[in-house]
Design a protein around this ligand. Structure first.
Ligand SMILES: [Zn+2]
Length: 318
């Protein structure tokens, strides 16, 4: 039974003298110059957050999601800049000392729409409720691909035409990414992995969030495939669970349509789940219909809160 479950889990998956001092002076000047440019850019971008939030609020009004999102009520931090210069925002709720850290990513595919409502609903929930969970920390990255969202029409890809969920430098990228894009996906523009891995600011932003916060688990919100996909790892101490529990999990897995959609070169699940060993769950909302967004938040809220509060058991010592 244990073996069967293991197989299932693996299938369901679900890392410088004279000249010298001159060089040092030059280097430090270059660094100073660069620092002042960066700081000027940071100020510029800082000003852009209100404008980003105003645009998000307009999107809310257009879709009858209410007069405003939770965007303006949060002191977002900036983890990068999109291709078109928009701020890539995140916020960490809960104490930095908390060991149970969940990273939520949303809207890497900007034409999927419903995850936008869900992620800002999570922000609103977190402002009110995270204090109830002193050992939990939530790092929310609600809007990975703003350029694609504000493009007309909206696009899955970023402003370079790259699918940022196929652009992570996974071990199989060089060998497989462009090849499988050409053959398996018949050069579908919507799935273009880029000319080289880690080429896009939106991809590097996600990697930086993982590196900075070292989450114990990741939830990535998409639509409209109506399923839950679990990407690795397979090192949870499964042998500590009873047979009855395992049976119930498998039943639930079928009921909630959890499955493995396979691994794509350069995807988050492949990079974070498989290679870094961080449990990574993809929630695919049933549709991208804006009129359904509120219903999805009602329906999935409890599950999302469970993901945030659940403590991943430590690695088993096999
Ligand atoms: Zn997607």
């Amino acid at each position: 039974m244990k073996t069967t479950f293991k197989v299932n889990i693996q299938h369901s998956r679900a890392t410088r003298n004279g000249i010298l001092s001159l060089i040092l002076v030059l280097l430090s000047q270059t660094r100073d110059a660069r620092a002042s440019v960066e700081s000027a850019q940071a100020d510029e971008i800082q000003k852009d957050i209100p404008s980003l939030c105003a645009d998000i609020d307009k999107a809310y009004i257009k879709r009858n999601w209410g007069k405003k999102s939770a965007c303006k009520g949060i002191k977002w931090k900036i983890g990068g800049t999109s291709v078109e210069g928009r701020p890539l925002i995140y916020f960490d709720f809960g104490p930095s000392t908390a060991t149970n850290t969940t990273l939520i990513f949303s809207m890497v595919h900007a034409d999927e729409i419903t995850p936008l409502y869900l992620s800002f609903s999570v922000a609103e929930w977190a402002l009110e409720n995270m204090k109830k969970y002193p050992n939990a920390r939530l790092v929310l990255v609600p809007f990975i691909n703003p350029d694609g969202f504000f493009d007309t029409p909206k696009t899955r890809m970023n402003a370079h035409g790259v699918d940022c969920n196929r652009n992570f430098a996974t071990k199989d990228w060089d060998r497989d990414a462009l090849k499988s894009w050409k053959t398996k996906f018949k050069s579908d523009k919507r799935r273009f992995p880029g000319i080289k891995p880690d080429s896009e600011p939106e991809t590097l932003f996600q990697k930086a969030m993982i590196e900075k916060f070292k989450p114990t688990k990741i939830l990535s919100i998409h639509s409209p495939l109506n399923m839950i996909d679990y990407d690795g790892p397979d090192h949870l101490p499964l042998e500590t669970f009873s047979e009855e529990y395992v049976k119930k999990c498998l039943e639930l897995r079928n009921k909630i349509k959890a499955r493995s959609s396979g691994f794509f070169p350069g995807s988050l699940g492949n990079y974070a789940g498989q290679e870094l060993g961080i449990p990574t769950i993809t929630l695919e909302l049933p549709t991208a219909l804006p009129s359904k967004a509120k219903e999805y938040w009602q329906y999935f809220q409890k599950g999302i809160v469970t993901v945030v509060t659940y403590e991943v058991p430590p690695k088993s010592k096999k």
